[in-house]
Every structure is written in C-alpha cells, then in structure tokens.
Design a protein around this ligand. Sequence first.
Ligand SMILES: [Ca+2]
Length: 236
Amino acid sequence: MTDGFFQAQSIWLTPESGEVSITGGQIDAGVLDLTDYYLIPTTRTIGGSAQITVRTSLIVADGVNFSCPVHMLGADFVHRPGHEWLFPDLRGLNLIFEGGSGVVSSIEASGWPGNELSVIGAITVGGGDIGRVRLVDKYLNNESSVGDAVSASVLSISQASVLETNGVSLFVAGDVADLLNSWIADGRIIDTTLSAGQYLEAIYDSNSGWTEVVAVPEPTALTLLLMALALSPKRR
Ligand SMILES: [Ca+2]
C-alpha cells in the first residue's frame, strides 16, 4: 500500500508468505494486528509517509519493521512473544499516545537495552491531545534471564500527560536523568505500585549508556541529617 485511505474495526495484516509493505496512505484501525500467520514468520514494513492511527490495540510479535509514527488514540501496544531470532525492529517506531484525559493506554515490556531491535525508537506521551500510558508486562518476551523492560531511545512527556511505570523497569538512552527526575517531581512519571517508603528516581549508568527509572527507598531522617552535616560549612 502506498496511497489511499483504509479504515476498519480490525485489520489483520499478515501474508501467508512474502512481504507486505505500507509506505504511504492512511490507515485508521480499531485493532491493527501484525502477528504471524499461524506462526509462519513473514515481513511487514510499516513506514515511509504512511499515517497510522490505532484506537484499540496495535499487536506485534515478530517480523515487523517500523519506520513511522503510530498515533495511539487510547490504544494498547501489545507485544506477544514470537520467534526470538526475529524480534520486531522497533527502532524506527514512534508511539504517540494522545487519547485525551481519562484514557489509559498501555505498553508491553518486551525490550531491554542489550537487544537493540527491541528498543522502541520513541515513546511520545501527549500529542494532539494529552496522553496517559501504563507500562505492563503480561508476556514473557525475553527468555534469557535479563527480563522484560520498556526501553526507548527517546522519551517525551508533554505537560499534563502521564507515564505510569507500574513496577516495570523503564530505560531511556543517554544521560537524561535530570530531565526524567524533573518529570518525576512534577508528576509526569509516576508509579502507583510503590510501597510506603519508596520513591522513583532516574539514575544514569555510564557503563551501559542508559538512564533507568528505579524505585529506591526514601532517605531516612538519619541519612538526611548526615547529608546536611556533611554539606554544612566547617566551623573553626
Ligand atoms: Ca513482556
């Protein structure tokens, strides 16, 4: 597909063999299902100047290459386990969550910084309207011991939009700890699963080159007192 407009409640875009590519035109789908045809891996290319809007769920497993934005109007990004050697290439994908107030989307944790293919190119919370997105981990995508996380090269959260980490590890490429900590402070990044005495903090790991949002224990009164003493000017 290179042109035209296609609108449907549910689109299962899966050839029995060969390759399907959408490089132009407009798709407006309730469900856009890009999973395999009876576990036969095929390749689908979604990119170019294609305009994609999804309203319920965008479902991937493997064999998908994205190189365009996908507008998520309240939709969930579902990543089912597929063939691990054929992980979808999400590096060119920009998921834009803009469902408006009171609408919660989700992102399946499937990536980790060690596997570049599974890193989502960009997660944008808030676009034409504000967005709210919750990280979830319903499927075991990575069968090694690393575990599933949500990893993005770029994360943007507009004012009044919210990303809920929901106990799922979140990695963003580069040293963006100051930016993410400012979003934790102003409520753009929250975790409603934190136990008492925990709070979120973004920490940059110079070895990996990634900033991770982690739950850390609240500093105790004694720690704060010792820090204050250490920072206070020395007396003669
Ligand atoms: Ca998962």
